[in-house]
Design a protein around this ligand. Structure first.
Ligand SMILES: [Zn+2]
Length: 119
């Protein structure tokens, strides 16, 4: 069972991650705006490639923000640290490594294996 102290440490980590990620999203949208203004043909292929990378990262960041907010809400509701798959406690080591985890390691493995069958 995770202690209040440990949850508080994780909560602070999550808030920090949320700020960082939102800041990066903000910077990225600024970057997109700049690019729309410049009608430059130079290095177009490169630019498109890096734009695709940025879009991927942006998508990843947006999903990350959502899962962090989700974790913070669960902490708020004192529903944090339980696996949504089997209802067992998620190990503290796992929560420290990935505070936004919603599943214990077994359920996560199972889900990933199941998903990869369709990939
Ligand atoms: Zn589980």
């Amino acid at each position: 069972m995770i202690s209040d102290q440990q949850i508080e440490t994780i909560r602070l980590q999550l808030v920090e991650q949320l700020n960082e990620t939102e800041q990066r999203l903000e910077q990225d949208s600024q970057l997109f705006k700049d690019k729309e203004d410049s009608g430059d043909d130079v290095d177009r292929a490169n630019q498109e490639e890096s734009q695709q990378l940025q879009l991927n990262r942006r998508q990843h960041d947006l999903a990350h923000v959502k899962s962090i907010k989700d974790a913070l809400r669960r902490i708020e509701e004192q529903d944090y640290g339980f696996c949504e798959g089997c209802g067992e406690d998620i190990s503290v080591a796992r929560l420290n490594a990935r505070p936004e985890s919603r599943y214990c390691i077994d359920c996560q493995d199972y889900r990933e294996r199941k998903n990869s069958q369709y990939a």
